[in-house]
Design a protein around this ligand. Sequence first.
Ligand code: NAD
Length: 350
Amino acid sequence: MTKNIVLLPGDGIGPEVLNEAVKVLKSVVGENTFNFEDHLLGGCSIDAHGTALTDETLKACQMADAVMLGAVGGPKWDDPAAKIRPEQGLLGLRKGMAVFANLRPVKVHLDLADASPLKAEIVRDVDMIVVRELTGGLYFGTPKGRFMEDGKEKGVDTLVYYDYEVERIVRLACKLAEDRKGKVTSVDKANVLESSRLWRSVCVNTLADFPNIELEHMLVDAASMRLISNPRHFDVMVTENMFGDILTDEASVLAGSMGMLPSASLGEGKNGLYEPIHGSAPDIAGKGIANPVGMILSTAMMLRYSLDMEKEALMIEAAVEKAIHEGARTADLGGTLSTTQMTERILSAL
Ligand code: NAD
């Protein structure tokens, strides 16, 4: 049966990298295997409809077999006082699609160990995956807002986790670890936070179902240090929303460029949201020099997790590896290839 893929190009370099990823996808699976449907999200949707995510776009994404997203945001919509912001579209989409787990693999390509600001001997052979809780915690907890109290203004965010939210994400991390080295590092702040102490105990209970998985707990401050001093220590890292937000950006430095890294956001069903980890990069938008690899590797994750096409996913990953091994480099990796030329090198490696 034909699969339906929703494309959300978004803003800035989003459309540039998504366009390239679709070329690679079609070359692997054929021109007519999938139905593609374009929708607006983020700043472009604010301009067209006055909202970052329309009901129609959300519905299309909920009904799709998978969703591919470029990036959203940019200076045009950056006014901190604005009531409608591009990121609201992204948060609304994650919540609306009920994708509670964000998977970010960080793999350092052998030939790019020198591209990282860290020493090559530290980043060489890093191959880890961060599993970040995406729909709970501080970003969603209530009460939230700015309130007056005894003549003083206070800002409030609420950090709340339910046991079932922790269990489902830890379970997912363990399943991923079973196909890897079998090690899960759970990152929390259990020495200070009550929600972290709940997280830790649910983790331990959940692990009873995974006798072959080795579980370690690590405080977030120690984890952030370990990520840059000995990143090979990690196999699968699982953590809550805000810690994951911060640690995944830190981990991206290992790979040399934000432009290299893919992500998948998954829920209970097969449908998922696939996007590179970078933003809309307004500083290089329209110049045709964005690195398309993060978006292309996100496509491979979509084939693997939403469409049961592991062979095709491996083909794309191998082609990226080969193109890089043969010296293909965009500007962020110290090279001169344009976005399109980089894709052509990957296509010829296929
Ligand atoms: P960014 O990721 O857009 O850019 C950070 C730096 O990395 C820039 O110098 C950029 O040129 C470079 N870069 C990013 N992707 C690249 C690529 N594929 N190839 C080459 N270089 C690349 O982060 P930012 O500058 O902090 O944010 C810009 C806008 O993107 C903001 O409006 C922000 O809110 C938004 N944003 C969106 C998402 C998303 O859509 N998921 C994520 C992060 C930021």
